[in-house]
Design a protein around this ligand. Structure first.
Ligand SMILES: [Zn+2]
Length: 343
């Protein structure tokens, strides 16, 4: 039983390779955040180490240990920002030390299972040295070791690394798939519908939002809407807050940018009369009111600015600079009472 929801194409491909004993020794899973890349990687690790007749069973000791991240032969490598670590600066890259450790471990035979599986979460964050070091490992495959690289954006990975992996894309799920999965888990229908719309096809996000995510999201959104009307001083103070958050959790800041992107895409849709496909269905009246102050070109330009900011942050540009520029690029509303003064 594969636990990952949807992704039938990728799952059946992996299933067939398993049955034929024709697995690649390295995979690259590409897909948006929370779409199910890690779930699928763990499922594959389970399938390789399962003790039952039809792997992955999800129930044998091996499958359970992998689900709890307690299996000695399945390791996850990612950005480590240990609060107790002696390192003064938070890490922004997956370092060569981590890859060397992984290489050493991969040279040893499986400890308790049949296969060693190394999952590199956020492979786009590999430092250049780490990627080169990994490349050597990928070029000299050894038996019963499988590497699974997860990334939201394969354009940020060296082509040499990509060429050594079987590339599998995990597209966003349909809103109906997310809604059905939420219903199955007992989420009330009305809430499931809204979460499915807001999730952009990423079930993991919807699941994490079931309890308090909607409230948190509403608060983040209120703040973003305040900033649209704020003066430069307030906007820069907000940018500084985001920078501080970014240093602790890059994911959260990307989430805030995604939220903003959704908002401006919704404005675009409302402007061109497509409001039945907007994401923030709970805030349509505000959008209808707000959109009167902007023309299409302004909305499009700011959507581009938000996308560019997200991309620059992923490429480790200076977060302060990126976010301050974004604050300057918020379009001015026609007819709005201006609280703006030059910076
Ligand atoms: Zn099993």
């Amino acid at each position: 039983m594969w636990q990952v929801v949807g992704q039938t194409k990728v799952v059946s491909l992996l299933q067939r390779s398993l049955e034929r004993g024709a697995l690649a020794h390295a995979y690259l899973f590409i897909g948006p955040r929370h779409v199910g890349k890690m779930t699928l990687a763990l499922n594959l690790a389970q399938a390789l180490n399962c003790e039952a007749a039809e792997p992955p069973c999800g129930e044998c000791a091996s499958c359970q240990k992998i689900a709890l991240a307690k299996h000695a032969d399945v390791q996850i490598i990612g950005l480590v920002n240990d609060a107790n670590s002696a390192e003064a600066k938070p890490r922004v890259e997956i370092g060569i030390d981590q890859i060397r450790q992984m290489q050493h471990s991969s040279s040893l035979p499986p400890f308790e299972g049949k296969y060693k599986v190394f999952i590199i979460d956020g492979a786009e964050l590999l430092s250049i040295e780490a990627a080169n070091c990994l490349l050597k490992t990928l070029e000299e495959p050894v038996g019963r070791v499988i590497f699974i690289l997860l990334t939201t954006n394969d354009r940020l990975l060296p082509a040499t690394v990509i060429s050594r992996c079987q590339r599998l894309e995990l597209p966003p799920l349909a809103a109906t798939e997310v809604e059905a999965a939420l219903n199955k888990r007992g989420v009330e229908p009305q809430k499931a519908k809204l979460l499915a719309r807001l999730s952009r096809g990423c079930l993991g996000w919807a699941l994490s939002a079931v309890d308090d995510g909607l409230q948190q999201r509403a608060e983040m959104m209120d703040r973003l809407l305040d900033i649209i009307n704020a003066d430069y001083e307030e906007r820069f103070a907000y940018a500084a807050q985001l920078v501080a958050q970014f240093n602790k959790s890059r994911g959260l800041v990307q989430e805030i940018l995604d939220l903003w992107l959704d908002w401006w895409r919704d404005l675009l849709l409302v402007k061109v009369g497509g409001s039945d496909t907007i994401t923030n269905i709970d805030r349509l009246p505000t959008q209808v009111e707000m959109v009167r102050g902007y023309n299409l070109a302004q909305i499009r330009a700011f959507i581009n600015s938000i996308q560019a900011a997200g991309e620059q942050l992923r490429q480790n540009a200076n977060p302060r600079l990126v976010l301050e520029v974004l604050m300057l690029e918020i379009p001015r509303r026609e007819g709005a009472v201006s609280r703006m003064s030059p910076p």
